[in-house]
Each structure stands twice: as structure tokens, then as C-alpha cells.
Design a protein around this ligand. Sequence first.
Ligand code: EPZ
Length: 427
Amino acid sequence: MTKYVIEGGTPLNGTVTISGAKNAAVAILPATLLVNGTCRIENVPNISDVRLLLRILESMGAEIRRLSPNTIEICCRNVRESEASDALVRKIRASYYLIGAQLGRFGHAKVALPGGCNFGPRPIDQHVKGFEAIGAEVEQLEGYVCARAGEGGLTGGRVNLDVVSVGATINIMIGATLAEGTTVIENAAKEPHIVDVANFLNSMGAKISGAGTDVIKIRGVKALRGGMYTIIPDQIEAGTYMAAAVAVGGDVLVQNVIPKHMDTISAKLREMGAKVTEYDDAIHVQRAGMLRRANVKTLPYPGFPTDMQPQIAVCMALASGVSTIRESIYETRFGYCAELDRMGAMIKVESKMATITGVDQLHGCTVHACDLRAGAAMVIAGLAADGTTVIEEAEFIERGYEDLISKLQGLGASIKRIETSGSEKAG
Ligand code: EPZ
């Protein structure tokens, strides 16, 4: 098991460089199954979710060369029409992208139902609705999702999503790329990583327009050739370091970001009293003095991201006054609040609402990471607390944060990683 040990109370000062976007990478890598050639992908975050997906693709016959820690060449030309290894697939929710990719490439797919974080039910009915709209028959049986195109192959169709779903939007886009005819996705999600996946596919020869709006049009093409692509910076990783600078105090330059993607996060931190200055590809965050209370409601992009909910909660736990968070994307995403309360926070959770009464100080103790972003919040809390904080099950954090320890040490944090036993726990 992996643990982090943090000696809190030191302000964060210096520069941190943001890695490639996890939620773009975990879609782009499966999407390479559609490409009849070699893809060279840069700015790939070196995180356990990505390493797991590369193992899955390799087990299917993909040829993968890692040219540098963040540059990968992948050729899926010789991928067999085999099922991906269940044991690996079930470890990560993003495996569901293999359904759209296999369906688009082979006309059929059989993928073990994905696992993922414990935010309550995480259905894939909207993915299924989209695949059916492009002519596939989909059934879920014995823990698998099985999809098969009709006789004539996949055909363009129109789907109006009942729920704004990142995964469904991307999966349908991938599945429709090689379909015969045009597909329209209405009520599509608009996250930056959706635009990034569309840009990747277009750079390989796809004809996708409207990504980033709520109507995406995919004109089917015969084939995708190889090419080069660079993944965008990770909006949530950047937001996490910005929230850390505000909760802990200090003066941090977050570089390699797209400030536009950070708008709601920057606005909320300014509302709480931080000084946030934007540059072309960097954001400077300074916090001195008391933080002010605030309210947050999580929303699909461009609203406040649900993946930043635990991190902003730590800022609120140390602000003066009473703040609230309303979670509107997931059934339950407040598991981390009990852990923060053990450190001295005062948080009351009722259904999808958390009420946070600010305190002067958090106190270090042993806590555990409930999931990826909850784990990131515990790191921020440990850095802000006095005394020592031990975070157990830190493997969750390493699913989505590249080089977290060295990046934080570069900001003056006292944090170290302890590996107790067992292999890398995939995301
Ligand atoms: C993606 O999950 C991200 N994961 C999540 O990030 C993120 O929290 C989420 O989008 C929302 O932004 C990846 O990209 C790998 P959704 P996804 O489909 O695609 C419901 C992280 O920390 N829904 O947008 O699974 C669903 O239950 C992770 O990086 C359906 O009802 O999220 C949820 O309530 C955690 N039917 C809401 O929609 C469906 O078919 C949004 O889910 C699909 C989703």
C-alpha cells in the first residue's frame, strides 16, 4: 500500500508545471484503435490510469513505444479483435471508451463493465442510447457490455442525451467517427477534454465539428491515418494546485495551463480572497490573510467542476464563516468530509449538500483517500494542517496526479511517499 506523510504548516512558494489532461488521455489512447497507422502523442500524463490503459491496449496487440516519459507512439494496426483483459478493464471506468473504439473499428465490442470511484451508481445508459442511434445492438450481460453493428455496419444517427455526460459524449463521438453518414449528438457535454478528443480524431482525419458546444456533428469517414497530437494541460490538476496555494497560503505560479479552462475556479478563489493573475499559459495564485466564505454548486462545464469539489471544500474549511457546496453531478461525493472532520473541520452533509463552518486550524492525523480527488483534498488539508498527516491508500491519488510528491516538494512542501507492499494499484 502507498502512504503519504506530510508535515503541515509551511506556505507553498514557487512554480509548478501542469501535466497533460488525464481525462483527455484516457479517451485518446483507446481511440487510437480507430487509426490505421501510428499515432505519436505528446504531453501524455505519466499516471497509473494511463499506464493501465497502455497495458490493456498492449494485451490486445497494440505496438507501443514510450519515446519519453510523456511521449508515446502507438500503432493499433495489428490489434486482434480480442476482448481486452477483464482483470485490467474492471479497474478503471475509462475502459468504457473501448466499447466505442472496438465498435467503430471492428463493428462489434465486448468489454467488461467498468469500475471506478464510489460516487454512487455510474450507469452507461446514455452511452448505450448513442450506440443504438448509430445502428448498434447493445446488451449488458454477465458483467459485460456487448455491442454489435447491423449488417451494413454503423450508420450516422441523431441522439439527444438525457443527461449531460462527458463519457457518453466522447464514446459516441469515437463510435461514430468511421460510421457511414453523419451523426449528431445533442445536449452534448462541453468539457475541454471533449474538445481535445475531437481535435485528436480530426488530426488523424476525422470530420468532427461543434465539440465544446452542446451540438456535435460527426461526418463519418472511411479511415483514419496516423499522425501527431499534443494533449492539453489538465484543468483539474491545475485547479488542485491553485486550491492548495489558497488553502495552505503562499505564492505559486501554475504554468502550462489554459486560463480560459480555469475561469470558474479562478473566480471562486478570487471570491474567497485570493489574488489570481492570469498570463498566456500560466496563472499566479497568492493568498495572504483570512479567506472569506463562499457557496459552490457543481455543474457541467463551464460551471464549477465536480472534480474540484473536494479541493475547494478544504479552502472553505479554513475560511471565516459558513460555506456550502451543492453537488449536482453525482449522488454522493462527500465521503472525504468525514476524513476532514477528523482533522478538525466542521462539515455537515445532508444528501447532496455540504455545509462547512470555517475553523482556524486543521490538525494532522491519519486519514485515507476515498477516491482520486478526495485524496487530493486530503493532501491539501495535510499541507495546511499543523502536525503530521498520514494519507493511506494514496494509490488513488496517483491515478490522476503525475509526480505529485516532487511537484509539491518543489513548492517547499514537506511530503514523502512510503510504499509498504504489493504492486501498483491501478486506477
Ligand atoms: C467523467 O466521468 C470523468 N472521468 C470524471 O472524472 C468526472 O467527474 C465526470 O466526467 C464529470 O465531469 C473520466 O473522464 C474518465 P459523466 P463520466 O458521464 O464520463 C450520469 C476524475 O476524478 N450518467 O459526465 O463517468 C452519471 O451517473 C473523474 O477525473 C448517466 O446517468 O461522467 C453522473 O451522475 C471522477 N448515464 C453524470 O451523468 C450515463 O450513461 C455525469 O457523468 C452516463 C452518465
